[in-house]
Design a protein around this ligand. Sequence first.
Ligand code: ADP
Ligand code: MG
Length: 847
Amino acid sequence: MRLPVEDIREELVQAYGLGLPKRFLLKAPTGSGKSTAVPSMFLDDSEVDGLIVVIQPRRIAARMLAQRVASLRGSRVGDEVGYVVRFDNKQTAKTRIVFVTDGVFQNWCETNPRLNGIGCVLFDEFHERRVAGDVSLARCLNLQESDRPDLMIGVMSATIEMSGLSAFMAPCRELEASGRTYPVDIQYSNPVMSQRSGYPSREGVWDFCVNAAKQLHSEGDTGHILIFLPGLHEIRKTVSLLEQSSQFSEYKICPLYSSLSPKLQDEAVAVSAQLKIIVSTNVAETSLTIDGVKSVIDAGLARMSEFDANRGIETLMVKQISQASADQRAGRAGRTAPGKCVRLWSHTSHAKRAQFESPEIQRADVAELMLKFAAGGIDFTSFRWLDAPQENAVNLARATLQWLGAIDLDGEATELGHKMAKFPLAPRFSRLIFAGVEEGCLAEMCFIAAAIQGEGVFTRGRGTVGRSDFIYDDDTSDFAGEWRAFETAKRMDFQPKRCGELGILARGARECDLSWKQLQESVERLGLKIGSVDFDQRGEDVVRAAVKAFGDRMGVRLSSSTLAGRLCDGRKGKLDADSAARFADMFIPTEITEVDGKDVVVHFNRCISVNFADLERSFSEDLATATEVEYDSTVRRVVKKQVTRFKGLVIAEKVGGDPDKGLAAEMLAHKVASGELVLNAWDKKVEDWIARLLGLGEWMPELELPGFDEEDRSLALEQVCQGAVSYKEIKNREVLPAVRSWLSQGQQAALDAYAPKEVTLQNGRTTKIYYELGKRPWIALRAQLLFGVKQTPTIANGAVKLNVHICAPNSRPWQITDDLPRFWESGFEQMRKDLGGRYPKHQWTLE
Ligand code: ADP
Ligand code: MG
């Protein structure tokens, strides 16, 4: 069968204009041959010289596509066509086309920044928008624009929203190939989503799937049935229910997920005459095509990577897929004939789903990336982002890396940072490893890092049955107990039943074993000897090392009699009743969980206990204790507190005693300045005085009077507040004397002389001068009272004419002028005409 991409073979591979970059964007529906046919076109028909790399977001796709392309070309995987994924490398000197995961390619960009030996890079399934893909694409474009104009770069996807990307890649050839698609009848079904939280409720999703399959079966002509589920657990449950049901005896039931054996993976995808029910993760959404599917059942869920701030690691969380993903999944049913799709959610809830998946960079922890960039000399902020990471994530990452000592204040990688960047773990965990080296407890730190990656070796939800047997009173960390349980599980060969009897989660222990082995290898690759684990011997070393990697979330116990504690970021929660840290003054929770019940309860899990005395001994340089003051707004007084900081983070505060008077005055003054407290005597008189001072400073600069800005205001306030610790004491204090003392005797005299409060007019009358900031000062009088005042009065030694508000008999200004002679000439006559009739008793003739 001819694949749709064949139609654009020439356009795709040949004749890129002189001076134009060799770039293309290819949008074509799933199954049109992007992944399996395009790489071969470049190998067979183009001038591309060097390796053709096809980047896949998923390991299973990389492996299976390599298989398929190798067999289409009549060779075996590892010869002309190969693949490289983490821990599995099928690439040899003969390899010309290689399928790799985005993570592997990202590493290549670091170890081989010129991409020597590579002629063509194809980013497949780019709509997944994983960080590794985004970053590698930008780096390839930069490389092509500088050192490697010969490098061919292609981006391929079935669904990518093209416009933003095409601007990002411009100038760039944009191509589309269309495959034939048939209509798919979409039915919405009972919602599987939890009504309360709107979150997916996974329990029972397998029952819904099997019911939907039965319904489709009863309607007949199902073709292969493809079921989408979020993960292994749900897939296994569904498979076993389908196998038990007699209705599906004519179908072959095929699970499909990445840790499945290659043989079974191939079976799920292979062309077969026998009807199949394929129960798959979202790998079958667009990455792999299965021919002959006419029915789709979609649970609407997927495991997506998300940063778990509580564990400080990226984890996979089950989430609702977007509308765009759901459409892709439905489309799998309409490839060869009209099909059907059952969605296990309601029509109304569909409308509420996100339209597209957000790019991973916008939900990810960027600390690891930032450190890699710093180590590679790449500026993070000015990087060529397709979508930039969120500012708060960037700030958090920077602060964490600085705290860990991986980058300096300029954002440059430190010596430690360079070492950490090379280690295949997130920065906090690589810090843990190097802290283990420094403190002589590398083996223990490797175990802790491995344990945290997994969900833990103890069964959860059933209280602490069993667990407390593994934790001893003199342990310095909960990991000592976890290690004992892990060893026990290992001795029992991870048998679920036997482990379960002891409160050990066999699956968690096995997971931990895998990470533990991988870590050991990584550490040994650095030439380090790992030794054996002994938490009893090295308890104190473990604490010191843990403080270096996790000390920024140190917590203190609120009292020695409870399990309650507070972290330095203010979060409150409780320790486990059997935690090794339950007797310590301080603790470090490596994991924080929120348990949703009537109220949300925060639990501090997997703790390491820290004693203040030990901290003082080992980290004296990083500890600082200061006496500070704090305003307590309930009692409206300043209180004293003793604050202890560890590397700048507040780890303990003790309130009590008399505060320093100077600091107290400063604090009260600050509260007055911000408007939170009001001084009764800070009134119009004070504001007038300030206006006079500032005005005169402007009119007669030669006097060199001091200004009075916000800071001066605060200082004056401080003076008023001197000696006081509570609002009660300052509330009615005099203010003007404090403000006046701002000036020397001479300056005060000058102020009174040149910006007087009153002026005596030519007719002998004395009147108040009004001052206001930024305005010319003025006097205000009824016209009759101005008789005999021929000249406009002045102040500031004649430098400033006063504005005269000439008022009507009702005291309202009738005219404002700084030119009295003119008023007498003509203005007064006018005033008489206007007002004389209305106020006949007043004098309207000038004597
Ligand atoms: P795209 O990447 O555009 O989604 P592919 O290149 O993966 O498309 O697939 C092109 C066609 O090759 C599919 O329509 C399917 O018929 C066929 N195909 C792909 N992989 C296999 C396989 N492992 N076994 C049988 N057929 C396959
Ligand atoms: Mg594909």
